[in-house]
Ligand binder design. Structure first.
Ligand SMILES: Nc1ncnc2c1ncn2[C@@H]1O[C@H](COP(=O)(O)OP(=O)(O)O)[C@@H](O)[C@H]1O
Ligand SMILES: [Mg+2]
Length: 223
């Protein structure tokens, strides 16, 4: 795959494509795919959480996520606010960027933990020396590799297709990394198919996350 280096594939790595509604995982060991899995959790849930918690239209939540969202909240955001389109009597309202990022962090960590569980269940968590390479639209959420390193304790970087100069403005984006890899694979045609390992569909119980979101929700309520 164009997104990974030879070194990463040889030493063990998980290519994680976090898209809109699904996250797909391909674990490489000794140069080839050893396992693939798919989770029904991805970027749409981040948008859904924002829309629900901030009581705003879905489109407004999506724009907020992509333009101002970060995968972790820190004190530097305390005084920052963003104007968004809202429901109700006022067409627009101001929200705290700190709160926005807390909501995103809670769900991002939930997704990352599900990825960790899936790789661990398959038996590869300790053998992916190169950690995670993140692709797909949701990998563009700012700070996501840092949250992987902090929460899961394994290296992470954004995957960008290599060696496709000329279209770099479009193709250089991680959102395109997996399609490019598949095209490259189809064109070469001699590799083994990427379905070498068992593929599972897996959903996390949402209990812990809902508790966390509920406590952020209480903090967002007017005093
Ligand atoms: N800058 C960004 N920050 C956070 N999420 C983003 C950003 N850009 C795109 N996304 C999210 O990426 C997801 C779509 O990813 P994509 O790989 O195109 O989807 P899929 O391959 O599943 O169709 C959407 O949930 C979208 O909100
Ligand atoms: Mg995608």
């Amino acid at each position: 795959m164009s997104t990974l280096t030879e070194q990463e594939r040889l030493q063990g790595v998980a290519l994680v494509d976090i898209g809109g509604s699904t996250t797909s995982i391909a674990v490489y060991q000794e140069g080839t795919v050893a396992h693939t899995g798919c989770l029904q959790m991805a970027g749409q849930q981040l948008t859904q959480d924002l829309a629900q918690m901030l009581r705003c239209p879905w489109e407004s939540a999506e724009a907020l996520k992509c333009e101002h969202g970060r995968a972790y909240a820190d004190d530097a955001l305390n005084s920052e606010t963003v104007e968004i389109e809202a429901f109700g009597t006022q067409a627009r309202k101001s929200v705290s960027l700190r709160n926005v990022c807390e909501i995103l962090q809670a769900r991002a960590e939930e997704i990352l933990e599900a990825i960790e569980i899936e790789i661990k269940r398959a038996g590869y968590l300790d053998t992916i020396a190169a950690g995670l390479v993140l692709t797909g639209g949701t990998s563009q959420l700012k700070g996501l590799p840092e949250v992987v390193e902090a929460r899961l304790g394994i290296p992470a970087r954004l995957g960008e297709p290599r060696g496709y100069s000329g279209l770099s403005d479009i193709i250089g984006s991680p959102a395109y990394a997996t399609p490019i890899g598949l095209v490259e694979y189809a064109l070469r045609g001699q590799d083994r198919p990427v379905t070498a390992g068992p593929s599972i569909h897996f959903e996390m119980p949402a209990g812990g996350l809902w508790k966390r979101l509920a406590s952020i929700g209480r903090a967002l309520m007017p005093e």
